[in-house]
Design a protein around this ligand. Structure first.
Ligand code: NAD
Length: 340
C-alpha cells in the first residue's frame, strides 16, 4: 500500500475512528478521508490535514461519495454505546445494517482493495456467558447464534455479509470482534459511555463534589476484559493486512470484575467510596473474556498496555474533560495539524 493511496475511515468522529485516523496520519498516509454523520464540532478528534466529510452513511449515495476512489476502507461507523444504550435502543442499533450494507456495496462498486469491518464481542452466544467466571470466548462460540439482542445480531449479520461479499464478489474483507475498548477521546457522559469511562466519570464526580459514594450497575461481580485504544489500533492494522478471512477476537484476555475496575480507579484517584449497587440497571451478560489463542498464533498480537496504566491515562483525561465542562468549555475536541 502506497502512502499516496486513499484511505477511508468511517465513524472517524467517534472514539476508535478518531484514533485510527491519527495513527494513519502518523504513519505517513497523505490522502485520508474521514467520514462521520456528526457535525464537525462534535467530532472527538478532527485533523486539518485530512479530508473530513460529514455524511449520513445510512444513505447509499453518501456511501458512494465516501468510497469513491478508496484503496482501503475501515468501516467503524455504527450506532453504539454501553449496555445502557444498547439495551434501550435495539432498533437503532440494528439500523447500522444500512451503513454496513451500503458501504460494502460501494466498496465493491469502486473496486476497493481492502475493507475492514469492526464487529463486537456482543455477537457471542449468551448461553456461554452466564457465569461470572469470565468464560474466554473462542471465535467458534458465536454459533449456534444467540447474540446480544439488537446490537449483537446486527453485528453478526454484517460479519456474514462481509464474508459473502468476499466469497461472491471477490471483495477483500477482514473482520475483528472488538472486546471493550477504552481510552482518552472516547464517550464519557451522555448515556452511550461504557463501563471504564462511566466509572472514571463517577469517581471524578465523587472526588470533586465530596459525595464519597458511587453507584454501580449490577452486583459488580460481572467480569469483562478491557483493551486500551493504542493496542486496538495496532490490532486493526495487523488484521486488515493479514490472511485471516474469518472474524477474529481483538481484545484483552485479562478478565476483571467491575468491582476490581472500580478498585483500580479509586486507587488512581486516591480515595475509597461507598458503593451502592443498582441491581435493576442494565448490566449485560455475567461473564465475558477474549480467548486470544488465534490472534497470538497468527499475528503474535497481544496488548502492550496494562489495565492500570491505561486507566491512569483515561482517568486523567476524563478528569480534565470534566473540569473543562465545569468551566463551560463543553465538547472539547482535539483539533490538530500537528506533526505526523
Ligand atoms: P463511537 O460511537 O465513538 O463511534 C462511532 C461513530 O459512528 C460515531 O461518531 C457516530 O457519529 C458514527 N455514526 C453512527 N451512525 C452513522 C451514520 N449513519 N453515518 C456516519 N457516521 C455514523 O464508537 P466507537 O467506540 O468508536 O466504535 C467504533 C466501532 O467499533 C463501532 O462499529 C462499534 O460497534 C465497534 N465496537 C466498539 C467497541 C468499544 O468498546 N468501543 C466494542 C465493540 C465494537
Amino acid at each position: 500500500m502506497s502512502r499516496q493511496d486513499v484511505v477511508v475511515v468511517t465513524g472517524a468522529g467517534g472514539f476508535i475512528g478518531g484514533h485510527l485516523v491519527d495513527s494513519l496520519r502518523k504513519r505517513g498516509y497523505k490522502r485520508i478521508r474521514a467520514v462521520d454523520m456528526k457535525p464537525f464540532e462534535e467530532w472527538y478528534q478532527r485533523f486539518g490535514d485530512v479530508e473530513n466529510l460529514q455524511l449520513d452513511l445510512n444513505l447509499k449515495e453518501n456511501c458512494e461519495v465516501a468510497a469513491e476512489g478508496a484503496d482501503e476502507i475501515y468501516n467503524l461507523a455504527a450506532n453504539m454505546g454501553g449496555m445502557g444504550f444498547i439495551e434501550h435502543n435495539k432498533a437503532l442499533c440494528m439500523l447500522s445494517v444500512l451503513i454496513n450494507t451500503h458501504m460494502l456495496q460501494a466498496a465493491a462498486k469502486y473496486g476497493c482493495n481492502k475493507f475492514f469491518y469492526s464487529s463486537s464481542a456482543c455477537v457471542y452466544n449468551a448461553d456461554k456467558q452466564k457465569t461470572f467466571e469470565a468464560p474466554s470466548l473462542k471465535e467458534e462460540d458465536a454459533y449456534p447464534a444467540q447474540a446480544e439482542d439488537g446490537y449483537g445480531w446486527e453485528k453478526l449479520f454484517s460479519e456474514r455479509m462481509c464474508r459473502h461479499f468476499r466469497e461472491d464478489f471477490g471483495l477483500y474483507t477482514r473482520t475483528a470482534r472488538f472486546h471493550n475498548v477504552y481510552g482518552p477521546w472516547g464517550t464519557w457522559f451522555g448515556g452511550r459511555e461504557k463501563a471504564p469511562a462511566a466509572i472514571c466519570r463517577k469517581v471524578v464526580e465523587a472526588k470533586l463534589n465530596g459525595t464519597n459514594k458511587i453507584e454501580i450497575w449490577g452486583s459488580g461481580d460481572q467480569t469483562r476484559s478491557f483493551m486500551y485504544i493504542d493496542d486496538c489500533v495496532k490490532g486493526i492494522q495487523l488484521i486488515t493486512d493479514s490472511q485471516i478471512l474469518e472474524p477474529i477476537n481483538l481484545g484483552s484476555s485479562e478478565a476483571v470484575t467491575i468491582n476490581q475496575l472500580v478498585d483500580i480507579v479509586e486507587d488512581i484517584a486516591g480515595l475509597k467510596l461507598k458503593r451502592n449497587y443498582d441491581l435493576s440497571a442494565p448490566k449485560g451478560v455475567n461473564g465475558r473474556n477474549s480467548d486470544n489463542t488465534l490472534i497470538q498464533k497468527y499475528l503474535k498480537w497481544e496488548p502492550d498496555t496494562t489495565l492500570r496504566h491505561g486507566m491512569e491515562k483515561t482517568y486523567a483525561w476524563i478528569y480534565d474533560q470534566y473540569r473543562a465542562r465545569e468551566r463551560g468549555e463543553a465538547g472539547v475536541v482535539r483539533e490538530s495539524t500537528a506533526a505526523r
